[in-house]
Design a protein around this ligand. Structure first.
Ligand code: SAM
Length: 444
């Protein structure tokens, strides 16, 4: 499909509708589109643009349900973006604190910026009918629509979690808190907490994480103390467990596989600066640039670590020097269903058929990397998925295929038939994540 250019002139609502169009019609991730739009507006509008665009992603099935009631037939072709503008108008009226007057008036005024001057009347009529018919107060009987999730994911969670599925779906729709990982190479957690106290920012510490701080509010990250000096990285609590479970030791050779943008690489180095070697490998050249940027901001450049390399994890013959690794973190490409609460567009970008393909890729990478691990070495398998096919079932199958692999639990409740730790979204305020630790036997 031909890419749609940003509207020539900026307008908050038209630009949000463009973001929604990019995600839903062109399969683009929200991150890139939001950045482009936010760059041309005042920084004070960044949070609003994000809240509105991603809010529509969270409530999409409900908004579309209302739209079907209000619009005789769908808009097509270059008018489609006006449908997205109407969804944004409905979102403002039903789920935001924007006044009704502004939600209708400003949304109608945004139409010409999207080439929809002739559709101003239609936008106005649909939004006014929504209010007149009081659709917001009419119960939605279909549980899939009410859940805000695509049908395939609704069902997949039903299969995986049975009577707990509703709670998992609800947590998947909740807002996620901001977690920081204090860069303990630069500053102690006590000193960083004191810096937050000094500027009256509320936070909590976590008993499970040595280096984590969870903010109580939605602060602007770049304005937090020590941002420029690299005193912290933004990283969810679940992701922060990777370096702890990997537990790299001084003088070891470590592979951080599927490393970009380097969130876990930085943590591994902060915990164990005396590593002999740390290779940050990723297939995506562009994302690897962000590893470099992050390492520079965190001031990890005084050491020779990490070595950053582009390569396909499934083809070690193209990047491996033949020296075995003591530890491997495989942060595998996955459905990202555990982080939908943070990135609500993921639910519309993923399809049911992606899961089989991802599970096959994960199995291929696991098998390839296993040969690069030394006997006695540890491989930590991680995903930000909450689907068993990518997690416990993946690891059970690997253990069955590989007699020299032993599961070394990261938590007490693991069993051979249900290996690994499945963290569900919202558990101790963390994202959904999965970890399984495998050790290679010495005898082979
Ligand atoms: C979950 S993200 C990694 C997040 C990263 N570990 C962090 O903590 O910041 C998965 C990564 O896998 C990479 N990837 C996907 N397929 C790959 C492959 N075949 N070989 C190497 N990297 C791959 C993607 O480019 C993406 O950066």
């Amino acid at each position: 499909m031909k890419p749609t250019p940003l509207p020539k002139q900026k307008n908050l609502r038209a630009d949000c509708a463009w973001v929604i169009y990019q995600i839903l019609e062109q399969g683009k991730s929200s991150r890139d589109c939001l950045e482009r739009v936010q760059r041309r507006h005042h920084p004070r509008d960044n949070a609003w643009i994000q809240e509105m665009s991603l809010g529509v992603m969270r409530k999409l099935p409900i908004l579309q349900h209302w739209l079907r009631e209000l619009l005789d037939r769908p808009l097509k072709g270059n008018k489609k973006v006006i449908e997205h503008l109407i969804l944004l108008g409905l979102y403002q009226l039903a789920f935001s604190r924007v006044s009704q007057h502004a939600a209708v008036g400003e949304t109608v005024n945004a139409s010409p910026y999207l080439g929809g001057t002739a559709l101003k009347g239609l936008v106005n009529a649909v939004l006014r009918n929504f209010m007149r018919q009081e659709l917001v107060n009419k119960p939605i009987d279909n549980p899939i629509i009410a859940s805000g999730l695509p049908k395939w994911l609704y069902k997949a969670l039903e299969d995986a979690y049975g009577q707990d599925a509703d709670a998992v779906r609800e947590a998947t729709n909740a807002m996620a808190p901001i977690w920081l990982r204090v860069n303990t190479k630069q500053i102690s957690i006590t000193d960083y907490a004191a810096a937050l106290d000094a500027v009256e920012i509320n936070y909590s510490l976590s008993s499970e994480h040595a280096d984590a701080i969870r903010l109580e509010g939605r602060e602007d990250i770049t304005g937090l103390p020590g941002f420029e000096k690299g005193h912290f990285a933004v990283q969810d609590g679940a992701a922060q467990l990777a370096a702890h479970y990997l537990d790299a030791q001084p003088h070891e050779r470590v592979l951080d596989c599927c490393a970009a943008p380097g969130g876990k690489t930085g943590h591994i180095i902060e915990r164990t600066p005396e590593l002999a070697y740390c290779l940050a490998l990723d297939a995506d050249e562009n994302r690897l640039k962000r590893v470099e940027e992050n390492m520079t901001r965190l001031q990890h450049t005084q050491t020779n670590l990490p070595v950053i390399k582009q390569g396909d994890a499934a083809k070690p013959e193209t990047w491996w020097d033949g020296q075995h690794f003591d530890r491997i973190l495989l942060d595998a490409p996955c459905s990202a269903t555990g982080v939908i609460r943070r990135h609500p567009d993921i639910r519309w970008l993923r399809k049911s058929s992606d899961i089989d393909a991802l599970a096959a890729l994960q199995a291929e990478i696991l098998t390839s990397l296993w040969q690069t691990l030394k006997p006695g070495g540890t491989l930590l398998y991680a995903t930000c998925s909450i689907l068993p096919q990518e997690n416990s079932q993946q690891i059970s199958a690997f253990l069955e295929r590989n007699a020299d692999a032993t599961l070394v639990p990261v938590i007490k409740t693991e069993t051979p038939s249900k290996p690994g730790r499945q963290i569900l979204p919202g558990e101790q305020q963390m994202d959904g994540f999965y970890y399984a630790r495998l050790v290679k036997s010495l005898s082979k």
